[in-house]
Design a protein around this ligand. Structure first.
Ligand code: ADP
Length: 777
């Protein structure tokens, strides 16, 4: 054998492939040794055997088509995959290539070729195909859009959800799509940056973008990407994009409602908090932190830390009130206390209200609370209290001073007047007598003045006490007539007295103060009347089961009072408009004192007057009646005022005891419940803790008057949105007053003293109609 032949033989034997030859019937004529590794047979075992016998019947039929004996097309074949059966029975995947053999005459003599074992390669291919299929299935199942991109952002794969989400078709995809086109232009640079960061190995996490659909519409997405690495080089990205429209909407509405809460809490100076008894953790609103002067960054909102902010003097009270409400298993707890703001050290006031929630077994689940900063209100109240206290103090000091001075002056004055009278009998020259008359007249004027000042100072300092004793008005009037007759002597005025028959004989009240007022009114009437008459008429403005309203009218035909001055004449030291006032003697204090005394008795003085025609002064006072069986003046049975609606809760803000008695009696008789507050401040405090259907409020009250109290109340109602019906009670009624008070925000108006009918009428007018249908019997 030639060396070339030897070399060729060695190459065949050493090759990984199997060399073979078969004849025109496909019976093997040659097989290289490698067949043993491939199929487990020795070449000798297979020589003469048909090559198709190494396959299953089906596989043999499939492969035989390539060697179709009918068409006799004997063509070379390449990489023909076929499955052979190993000697031990398992299948081996083989890749065969072969060329036909022809003899000298050109007759077909069989095939010669190579077989190669490709089972391992096939396994890898199947594995790859399966894992690719798995990836696609997962990609289609995911709720987000799955992409595969190259480094330029060109899409190599997109899941069906991606097409749906962005509105692209498979056709668009086939024509080539770039991922950057799917983001709004202004975010593309950011997307590129993120891509580079990702390639350089930085952990980027989910990034939010505004995605752009094919139709130009946009929607928010979150994108997660991982780089795809081949060898050691990045070749692209695998990404998943999730539509977060709904999450964004929810976040947006949450943020808006949070902003609204923060803003409204700030406007209202009101914070809120919640304590979870299970986790022992508290959560405060932003405003709560602000009120306490702390920040969420530096302060842990626990109960202990909260107690630290409470003013040391109020700590025990707060702890006790709070734990007591829990011990008693109460639903709510409400109290006010002081705090020391952590940031400024200032003292503040808060109003705290909370609701405890319990489990069915009685243990607490949580407490929800609110706290309002009431520092400004509290400070105003305190300043007001202080101011009115010091004003009261100053007024009292003035009155005491006046009383002392008047007393000191009276002692030497008594001596002057006394010695002056003694000197009347002495022998004097005409001139000296003139001097003495002047001294005596000045002395008695001064005595009167000092008495008036003393009276006034007593009224103002609250020293003057109104007595309640039984007296006969008729008796007093008789005495008055005698006194007035003396005064009237040189004027010749007619003087007529009339007392209505229904004025009771026995009354209960302060007879001397009533007499003092009548004397003042009669004295003025005579003083300011030159001719004509001065009349006294006593009648009843009202007679009811609660007492009577007495009207004592003093009418004159004198100079009268101009309309514009009818209010001023009641001011201290007013001595008016006519030169006669000054010549007629008097101090200008008479009407002031009379009005004050009438007020103390729960009444008033009203004037009707026309200049040049005359004046009528009415003293109107509520008076109790002495029940006397023998008297003809029987009182009517207490009228029963029927009320069909629900009993009303009425707050009466009034300082005059007689008025309190009257109004209370009338309202309680109608079935209502009356609470009394002695001034505006007390009324406001009472309103804080209770609810009422109606308030009757006096205008003149100590500490805080009705006008101030109403304005505070209406301010508070701006926040609460409620409206309490308030009727004003005024002492000195003038024309146009009613409109003035209604404009201020009162719902109704009554001038004191008022009849029970006037009170009931105003109540009916003011309260909502559906409450009423009552009959006065
Ligand atoms: P006087 O001591 O001056 O009388 P009053 O307080 O009693 O002080 O009265 C105040 C003023 O009211 C009087 O100065 C007078 O101008 C006016 N006046 C009071 N009563 C009458 C009246 N009956 N007719 C006219 N003017 C009156």
């Amino acid at each position: 054998m030639s060396s070339e032949h030897e070399r060729f033989k060695k190459m065949v034997e050493d090759s990984q492939d199997v060399f073979w030859e078969f004849d025109e019937n496909a019976n093997f004529t040659y097989l290289s040794r490698k067949i043993k590794d491939l199929l487990g047979f020795e070449p000798e075992e297979l020589i003469g055997l048909n090559a198709f016998n190494l396959m299953s019947a089906d596989e043999a039929e499939r492969v035989r088509r390539y060697f179709d004996p009918i068409s006799k097309r004997h063509l070379p074949f390449k990489h023909l995959e076929n499955i052979n059966i190993h000697k031990d029975g398992h299948e081996v995947i083989i890749e065969s290539s072969g060329t036909p053999i022809f003899d000298e005459e050109g007759l077909f003599r069989g095939y010669r070729g190579i077989d190669r074992d490709i089972s391992a390669r096939k396994q890898v291919e199947t594995f790859l195909r399966e894992s690719e299929e798995r990836f696609r299935t997962i990609a289609e199942m995911l709720p987000g859009a799955v992409f595969e991109l190259d480094l330029q952002g060109n899409l190599r794969f997109a899941s069906r959800r991606a097409f749906e989400l962005f509105g692209y078709s498979a056709e668009d995809f086939n024509q080539g799509l770039n991922a950057f086109e799917m983001v709004v232009p202004k975010e593309r640079a950011l997307a590129r940056d993120r891509m580079h960061q990702r390639i350089s190995g930085e952990e980027v996490g989910g990034v939010e973008y505004t995605a752009l659909r094919k139709d130009g519409s946009t929607f928010p997405v979150i994108l997660n990407m991982i780089p795809l690495i081949k060898g050691h080089e990045p070749v692209g990205f695998l990404g998943i994009m999730t539509d977060i429209t709904e999450r964004k909407l929810a976040e947006d509405s949450l943020r808006k409602s949070q902003e609204l809460l923060i803003e409204t809490q700030r406007i209202a100076n009101m914070g809120s908090w919640i304590f979870d008894a299970e986790t022992n953790q508290a959560t405060w609103s932003e405003e709560a932190y602000r009120i306490f002067g702390v920040t969420p960054q530096t302060f842990i909102p626990s109960y202990i830390n909260f107690l630290n902010i409470v003013h040391p003097d109020d700590r025990a009270f707060v702890e006790e009130t709070y734990s007591k409400s829990l011990d008693e298993g109460r639903e709510t707890s409400e109290f006010e206390h002081r705090i020391i703001r952590m940031n400024t050290g200032e003292v503040g006031y808060v109003h705290l209200k909370c609701r405890h929630e319990y489990h069915p077994d009685g243990t607490r689940s949580r407490t929800v609370g609110m706290l309002q900063d009431i520092t400004d209100r509290k400070k105003n109240e305190l300043a007001l209290q202080l101011a009115s206290k010091s004003a009261e103090f100053a007024n009292r000091a003035k009155s005491i001073f006046l009383a002392k001075v008047s007393h000191e002056i009276r002692t030497p004055l008594t001596a002057i007047v006394g010695f002056g009278e003694l000197m009347e009998d002495a022998e004097l020259t005409t001139e000296h007598r003139k001097y003495l008359d002047a001294i005596n007249s000045a002395g008695s004027t001064l005595s009167l003045l000092i008495n008036d000042i003393l009276d006034l100072s007593k009224v103002e300092s609250g020293e003057l006490v109104i007595k309640q004793e039984v007296f006969s008005l008729q008796e007093h009037i008789k005495k008055l007539i005698d006194i007035q007759k003396q005064q009237n002597t040189n004027k010749n005025l007619s003087f007529d007295v009339s007392i209505d028959s229904d004025v009771p004989e026995s009354l209960v009240g302060d007879q001397y103060r009533i007499q003092q007022i009548m004397l003042n009114l009669l004295g003025n009437a005579i003083k300011f009347t030159e001719k004509g008459s001065v009349d006294l008429a006593v009648s009843l403005a009202e007679k009811s089961g609660y007492g009577i309203l007495l009207d004592i009218a003093v009418k004159d035909t004198g100079i009268g009072i101009p309309t514009g001055l009818q209010e001023q004449i009641f001011e201290p030291f007013f001595q008016g408009f006519d030169s006669r006032s000054h010549h007629c003697g008097g101090s200008g204090l008479g009407l002031t004192i009379s009005q004050s005394l009438a007020g103390l008795m729960g009444g008033t003085i009203r004037v009707e007057s026309q200049e040049g025609v005359g004046s009528t002064f009415h003293l109107i006072i509520p008076i109790q009646i002495k029940i006397d069986n023998r008297s003809e003046n029987h009182l009517p049975e207490k009228e029963r005022l029927h009320w069909s609606g629900p009993a009303l809760k009425v707050l009466l803000a009034e300082d005059n005891p007689i008025n309190i008695q009257l109004v209370k009696a009338v309202l309680e008789n109608m079935g209502h419940v009356v609470t009394v507050a002695e001034n505006g401040m007390v009324a406001l405090d009472t309103l804080q803790a209770n609810t009422f259907d109606l308030m009757l409020m006096d205008i003149q009250m100590p500490v805080m008057d009705g006008i101030d109290a109403l304005s505070v109340l209406r301010d508070q109602e701006q926040i609460s949105g409620k409206h309490l019906m308030v009727i004003a009670l005024t002492a000195y009624a003038l024309i146009g007053d009613k409109e003035k008070y209604l404009k201020m925000g009162f719902d109704g108006y009554l001038s004191k003293p008022f009849t029970t009918k006037a009170l009931v009428d105003e109540l009916v007018r003011v309260m909502p109609r559906e409450n009423f249908a009552f009959i006065t019997k």
